[in-house]
Ligand binder design. Structure first.
Ligand code: S3P
Length: 174
């Protein structure tokens, strides 16, 4: 079984993905970490040295490589991954996808403390974050909403979310 976890920056994809992988006895892969290892550069360095367009190409190739080759994994993709190339089609063809949904306000509250490693928001002032996130999420939500499973995160604990996700998973998944 392959499971892809999607959602905006700060939605908890890696935290929930790791816990879900542990509960199901599957390997966990974080797409950003996979790219950082492969390119020997941090995401911030990749954005500043290559620019976003080249980063998206590398991200697309890494996504295809993982979903076409690995079996039995939980993959946390980046916040922008579903939006570029035919990535959402690959994600849905090759895996069961889960969208972790939060409101723009919940996301901007979380992201105020987690901006530094995220090139798209690191320069945005905290007071401008809610408006930025609201617009950005509006542009991206049509892609996220194509996920097989949509989970409202709200203020649920990681354990509660994992327990909520498990019954939705297909017994004979992709
Ligand atoms: C991005 C999200 C980041 C990372 C990059 C771009 C985005 O991943 O891929 O900074 O476009 O939303 P996280 O969602 O894990 O922060």
């Amino acid at each position: 079984m392959k499971i892809s976890i999607l959602g905006y920056m700060g939605s908890g994809k890696s935290t929930i993905g790791k816990d879900l992988a542990f509960q199901l006895g599957l390997d966990f892969i974080d797409l950003d970490a996979f790219i950082e290892t492969k390119e020997s550069k941090s995401i911030i360095e990749l954005f500043s040295s290559l620019g976003e367009i080249k980063f998206r190409k590398i991200e697309h190739e890494a996504l295809s490589e993982i979903l076409n080759s690995k079996k039995n994994i939980i993959l946390a993709v980046g916040g922008g991954t579903p939006v570029y190339y035919n990535n959402m089609e690959i994600i849905n063809n090759e895996s069961t996808s889960i969208y972790l949904r939060l409101t723009p306000n919940e996301l901007s509250n979380r992201l105020q403390k987690e901006k530094e490693k995220r090139p798209l928001i690191s320069h945005i002032k905290n007071e401008d974050l809610p408006e930025f996130v609201a617009k950005h999420l509006f542009e991206r939500r049509n892609f996220y909403e194509q996920a097989d499973i949509v989970i409202d995160v709200r203020d649920k604990s990681t354990t509660a979310l994992v327990q909520e996700i498990i019954p939705h998973l297909p017994l004979h998944g992709k």
